[in-house]
Design a protein around this ligand. Structure first.
Ligand SMILES: Cc1cc2nc3c(=O)[nH]c(=O)nc-3n(C[C@H](O)[C@H](O)[C@H](O)COP(=O)(O)OP(=O)(O)OC[C@H]3O[C@@H](n4cnc5c(N)ncnc54)[C@H](O)[C@@H]3O)c2cc1C
Length: 433
């Protein structure tokens, strides 16, 4: 198959020349094939383009995916079904400070640089902490300070102006903090990221990848991609394939006998028209509400909670079932915690699936980048959160470029896994001799 030039190979070359300039996608040069046109895939291409350019290297990137961010009809596409909450890490500062640090330092600044118009700056974030109840974790303020996330305690008068219809007695049991959490306009984010990637030379093939075809050599790598339109694309020995297709990763790797150890979690969101002027989140994994201003002037508040259930790894779009009981659960939490009775005849609700690489516990919000064991030229990219896509893509681009340079790149001492050597102890030993 690899010796045969398929129609798509020709098309990629033609696309390279179609703007009248010298084609940027050159045969004989290494190509990165990114499968999945969601936030992770787009950011991977942008990071590869920016870093390659800074290092004086060429970057030839092709993206496969039927449409930007994916179809809302497919319950396994997370980006079009999410709440569009831009996480600076505040909600994770107490329990997963490493995730909070990565979001605040490595992801949010990049998203703001690449997609400033997508940030709904007029919607502030408010974290609510119940004044009762013991916690195993450090206090919220202490945790936010440790990660460096700006925050300010809100007087109840100001809090009430953000949430005018929430009953006073509900809020009296909560302490509120203003944080940099905010709302993203998803179509504007898609447009900003796509425009940037296309301007950097990305080629987009509007098709799904149905199959990865391995070489018949050992160790194996991928020799071709079979697309949904029946075409095939040959993968040159130096090319690389990035699986940035969320739940689709398992569907592509399973037929090759590769288990990428991913887990899949389904949850439900409920939306209703409700006058909410801030993004609200109850710390400790409770209920949250993300307001989306609508063209008619009203606000659609999207409510979610931490209740989610694990679903089997081989989940295809048709196997994801909408669960009425789970929707009632979200509505009950909204009523119990925030005192808001959602009108049962005027809500919309849907389900979504999140793909995670979990090493301990029952979930992981952090990103994960890996080379697939046994398939030399294939990588997996899991952003953890949509907001975490820049940090995930940054790590992928660094690892790929280090390998491409053909040199082992030294790590600083603080980047070496495992406990740090105890220099203080060593000094004590020396002085006591
Ligand atoms: C209910 C819910 C709410 C969430 N809310 C938030 C939130 O408010 N804020 C936040 O930061 N994160 C949120 N998340 C998490 C976030 O949505 C995901 O982490 C993020 O979308 C993952 O991005 P991705 O690009 O890896 O995958 P996805 O968004 O799932 O995109 C995968 C892409 O790959 C494509 N694809 C799949 N298979 C193939 C194939 N074979 N060939 C070609 N293309 C393929 C799909 O069509 C799609 O375009 C939420 C998740 C869920 C489930």
């Amino acid at each position: 198959m690899s010796s045969q030039r398929s129609q798509h190979d020709e098309r990629l070359e033609l696309h390279g020349r179609s703007n009248g300039k010298r084609g940027r996608l050159h045969r004989g040069r290494q190509v990165t094939h990114v499968i999945g046109s969601g936030p992770a895939g787009l950011l991977a291409i942008i990071q590869l383009q920016e870093k390659s350019r800074a290092m004086g290297l060429a970057s030839n990137c092709v993206m496969y995916g039927q449409q930007l961010f994916g179809s809302a009809a497919d319950p396994t596409v997370a980006a079009v079904r999410c709440q569009a909450w831009c996480h600076p890490g505040s909600i994770f500062a107490q329990t997963q400070p490493h995730v909070a640090l990565s979001l605040w330092r490595a992801s949010v600044p990049v998203l703001r640089r690449l997609a400033a118009p997508a940030f709904r700056e007029n919607i502030p974030g408010v974290l609510l902490e119940a004044t009762t109840g013991a916690s195993d974790h450090p206090g919220l303020e202490e945790s936010l300070r440790a990660v460096g996330i700006p925050h300010r305690r809100l007087p109840s008068r100001v809090l009430r102006s953000f949430v005018p219809t929430i009953p006073r007695n509900v809020l009296s049991g909560m302490v509120a903090y203003l944080t940099p959490d905010t709302v993203i306009d998803l179509p504007v984010l898609q447009w900003c990221l796509a425009r940037k990637a296309l301007a950097g030379g990305m080629r987009h093939v509007p098709a799904q990848v149905m199959q990865l075809v391995p070489t018949d050599k050992t160790p194996e790598s991928i020799a071709a991609l079979v697309l949904s339109d029946g075409q095939s694309v040959s993968i040159a020995p130096d090319d690389e394939v990035v699986l940035a297709c969320g739940a689709g990763i398992h569907r592509l790797l399973q037929p090759l006998g590769v288990n990428p150890l991913l887990r899949f979690f389904q949850s439900h969101l409920v939306a209703a028209h409700y006058d909410l002027r801030a993004l609200l989140a109850v710390v400790g994994g409770g209920i949250n509400a993300v307001p989306h201003p609508q063209p008619d002037g009203r606000t659609l508040a999207v409510f979610g909670n931490s209740h989610r259930r694990e679903i089997p790894a081989n989940t295809g779009p048709l196997a994801v079932a909408y669960n009425t009981l789970d929707v009632h659960g979200v509505c009950a939490d909204v009523a119990n915690v925030l005192g808001i009775d959602l009108p049962s005849d005027d809500i919309i609700s849907w389900t979504g699936v999140k793909t995670e690489y979990v090493t301990e516990g029952n979930g992981a919000q952090g990103h994960h980048v890996a080379r697939v064991a046994g398939l030399g030229n294939v990588w997996t990219l899991i952003p953890g959160k949509l907001t975490g896509s820049p940090a995930a893509a940054d790590e992928l681009a660094r690892q790929m470029l280090s390998l491409r340079l053909g040199q082992a790149v030294s790590r600083s001492i603080w980047q070496v896994p495992g406990p740090l050597p105890n220099f203080a102890g060593a000094l004590t030993n020396v002085t006591s001799e």
